[in-house]
Unconditional design. Structure first.
Length: 367
C-alpha cells in the first residue's frame, strides 16, 4: 500500500491555511516565505540524515512525510490549543495572584517548564498511533526513533517560523528573524527531534515487543523531563537575571542538542538490521501485521530480504555477540553488557556539567 505522500487531509489543509494566514498577518508575506525556507530546508536535511542512518530497509519518504506533516501542522495546532487551556487552568488552581509575593515570571515558568513539555510531547507522536501507513512501516525498533524524529522535526520547523516572525522580526527586523531561526536550527529543533524519538522508541517497543503500554508512558516521561529541563535553561536569564549564566547555558544547550542528534543516529545504526518479530498477534485485520501487510511482502522479508541475508548476521558478529548485544543502550532503561562498554562519556559529562551549573546558580540565588 502506497502512502499518500504530501496529500493532506481536509482538516490539515484547513489548519495549514489558518497557520499561514495567521503568520502572514503578524508579519508580511516576504518575511513568511524567508522564515519558512530558513526553517524547513534544514529540517528536511536533518530528516534525510536520520533516514539515511539506516543501511537496511530505509523508511519510505511517503510515510516520513505523513509524520513530518503531522508534526508541522496538526501537532503544532493541537499543542497550541492544549497549552492555551492548560496553562491558565494550572495557574488558576495553583497560584494566588492576590499574593504580592507572586513573581511576574511565574506564568512563564508554568507555561514553558510544565505545560509546554507535557502537551507538546503528547501531541507530536500521536500520528504514530493514528495513521495506518506509518503503523505498517514500523516493523523494527529503530523505526520508532525515525518516525518520532520526523514528527519532532516537523513540529520544530513550524515553531521556528513562528518564533522567527513573532520575536526575531519584531526585535531586529529580517536580520533578527534570520539569526533567531538559524540559532534555533542548531538547538531547539534538535530538542524536538530527540525527545519525540524517545517516545517513538517506546511506541515501537509497545507495538513490536508486546510490552505493556507503560513502556510508552516511560519514554514519554523521559521526553517531558528532558524538554522541561531544556525550557528551564532557555528562560534562565529571565528567572535569575544572569546574562553570563544564560550565555553559558545556551552554549551547553547547543552542544547537548547536537549530541542528542548523534545519539539518536547511533541508536538507529545499532538497531539497524536486528530483526524484530512482532508478538502482538491480536491486532485486527488490516492492521500492521495482518496477512496483507508488509510483514508478508517479498520486498520486506522474502528472497533477498534482510531477514535472510547471511551477511547481515555474519558481518555483525564480533566476538560471538550480535550487534544487538553490542548496541548502545541509549534508548533503554535495561542494563546489559559490560559496564562502560557503551557509555558515551562526552555526552554524559556535558549533561552533568549542564545540570550542575543550573543547580549551583539556583542555590546561589536562594542562599
Amino acid at each position: 500500500m502506497r502512502a499518500a505522500g504530501w496529500e493532506l487531509s481536509v482538516k490539515q489543509w484547513v489548519l495549514l491555511f489558518i497557520l499561514i494566514i495567521s503568520m502572514i498577518l503578524i508579519s508580511d508575506i516576504t518575511a513568511f516565505i524567508g522564515a519558512s525556507l530558513l526553517a524547513f530546508i534544514p529540517a528536511y536535511m536533518y530528516l534525510k540524515s536520520i533516514r539515511n542512518t539506516e543501511q537496511y530497509d530505509r523508511e519510505p519518504w511517503e510515510a516520513l512525510r505523513i509524520a513530518f506533516a503531522w508534526g508541522a501542522i496538526s501537532g503544532v495546532f493541537l499543542a497550541i490549543v492544549l497549552s492555551a487551556i492548560g496553562a491558565p487552568l494550572l495557574l488558576f488552581l495553583l497560584v494566588d495572584f492576590t499574593d504580592p509575593s507572586v513573581h511576574d515570571i511565574l506564568p512563564i515558568i508554568v507555561g514553558a517548564v510544565i505545560v509546554a513539555p507535557i502537551v507538546e510531547e503528547f501531541a507530536k507522536p500521536l500520528v504514530m498511533f493514528q495513521n495506518q501507513t506509518i503503523r505498517k512501516e514500523i516493523d523494527e525498533l529503530e523505526d520508532g526513533i525515525v518516525y518520532g524524529a520526523a514528527c519532532g522535526l516537523g513540529f520544530g520547523a513550524t515553531e521556528n517560523v513562528m518564533y522567527g516572525l513573532t520575536e526575531g522580526l519584531a526585535a531586529a527586523g529580517f536580520a533578527g528573524m534570520a539569526f533567531l531561526i538559524v540559532i534555533r536550527t542548531v538547538s531547539s529543533i534538535l530538542l524536538h527531534l530527540v525527545t519525540t524519538s524517545y517516545t517513538g522508541h517506546g511506541i515501537a517497543r509497545y507495538m513490536l515487543n508486546g510490552e505493556p503500554f507503560t513502556v510508552v508512558l516511560k519514554y514519554y516521561l523521559v521526553a517531558v523531563v528532558v524538554h522541561a529541563t531544556w525550557n528551564l535553561a532557555a528562560i534562565y536569564s529571565l528567572v535569575f537575571g544572569s546574562e553570563t549564566g544564560a550565555f553559558l547555558i545556551f552554549l551547553f544547550s547547543i552542544i547537548l542538542a547536537i549530541s542528542g542528534l548523534q545519539l539518536a543516529k547511533k541508536r538507529i545504526a545499532a538497531l539497524d538490521g536486528v530483526a524484530t518479530v512482532p508478538v502482538n498477534e491480536s491486532l485486527p485485520p488490516g492492521s500492521a501485521w495482518d496477512g496483507d501487510s508488509k510483514w508478508n511482502r517479498d520486498s520486506k522479508w522474502g528472497g533477498e530480504d534482510k531477514w535472510n541475508r547471511e551477511s547481515l548476521w555474519d558481518s555483525k558478529q564480533v566476538g560471538g555477540q550480535s550487534s544487538a548485544s553490542q548496541a548502545a543502550t541509549l534508548y533503554s532503561t535495561e542494563t546489559t553488557g559490560t559496564v562502560g562498554s557503551d557509555w558515551d562519556w562526552k555526552s554524559t559529562l556535558g549533561t552533568i556539567v549542564f545540570l550542575l551549573f543550573i543547580a549551583f546558580n539556583i542555590l546561589e540565588t536562594i542562599l
